[in-house]
Design a binder for this molecule. Structure first.
Ligand SMILES: [Zn+2]
Length: 264
């Protein structure tokens, strides 16, 4: 089975032996505009609750699962810091004929279960993938502005450590998100985030206050001794990726791409 034939456009990342990890783009699915991108063909919208047809989202999710070679669980993300721990029961549920739409409310997922994909849905927020190949534990986190402030990346890492991970061994990938040149915010909002995470301080290409959340997340991980690989793609600038802010500015909605990780 060729990796490139199934879901052309995914961005693979190396998180170590026995770990399968990648970021999807907007391409390779069955959704029409506005849940598609310029990547070609139908849109690979993996998010429910963005007005796309649930049956199409189910097809798109099954395409992502086929690409991974395992079922992929997604949470209902609420910009908080709750970590959901998934195991054998959840793997059976998500591998079933009628997988649930959500693993529950939370912004991070962790598992030691082999053959269960964890997915994090984004369209400007920062998708984070974590793995300790030796301790055999993986996780994902959804880090938008509120999640960065709430410390969701720390909570996800804590959950990996509780399952035997060593931060010095953990490999992380910080996926496509809106960059600091594009993410304009009110000055007070920049001050609030930068007070907690100075590395997130940014100035946009228009010279206005901004936030660089990917750099903020990389710094949060570095503070714990975790070295992250960063995918240098900006969702707002890259027409192959879904961007909530780009869609909102155009008066429309859009889809959600995902970061996905699993133990083989
Ligand atoms: Zn940008």
């Amino acid at each position: 089975m060729s990796d490139t034939r199934i879901l052309a456009g995914v961005h693979p990342v190396d998180l170590g032996d026995g770990v399968h990890a990648f970021f999807t783009t907007g391409a390779g699915g069955v959704s029409p505009a506005p849940w598609s991108t310029s990547g070609g063909g139908g849109g690979l919208n993996l998010g429910l609750n963005v007005s796309d047809d649930a049956a199409r989202v189910a097809v798109n999710r099954s395409l992502a699962a086929e690409r991974l070679g395992a079922p992929v669980a997604f949470a209902t993300q609420v910009h908080g810091d709750v970590v959901l721990e998934l195991g054998a029961a959840e793997r059976a549920l998500w591998a079933g004929r009628r997988p649930p739409g959500s693993a529950g409310e939370g912004d991070a997922l962790v598992t030691s279960e082999r053959g269960l994909g964890l997915g994090v849905l984004v369209a400007d927020c920062v998708p984070v993938l974590l793995a300790d190949p030796e301790a055999r534990v993986v996780g994902v986190a959804h880090a938008g502005r509120k999640g960065v402030l709430a410390g969701v990346v720390h909570r996800a890492l804590d959950a990996l450590v509780a399952r035997g991970a060593d931060p010095a061994r953990v490999r992380a990938a910080v996926g496509p998100a809106v960059c600091g040149r594009c993410y304009e915010v009110p000055a007070a909002m920049r001050d609030e985030v930068a007070a907690a995470v100075p590395e997130a301080f940014a100035t946009t290409s228009d010279g206005t206050p901004g936030l660089d959340l990917p750099s903020g997340v990389v710094a949060q991980l570095a503070a714990r001794g975790v070295v992250a690989t960063r995918v240098e793609r900006c969702t707002l600038e890259d027409p192959e990726l879904f961007s909530h802010r780009r869609a909102s500015a155009a008066g429309t909605t859009t889809g959600r791409q995902a970061g996905i990780v699993a133990l083989r």
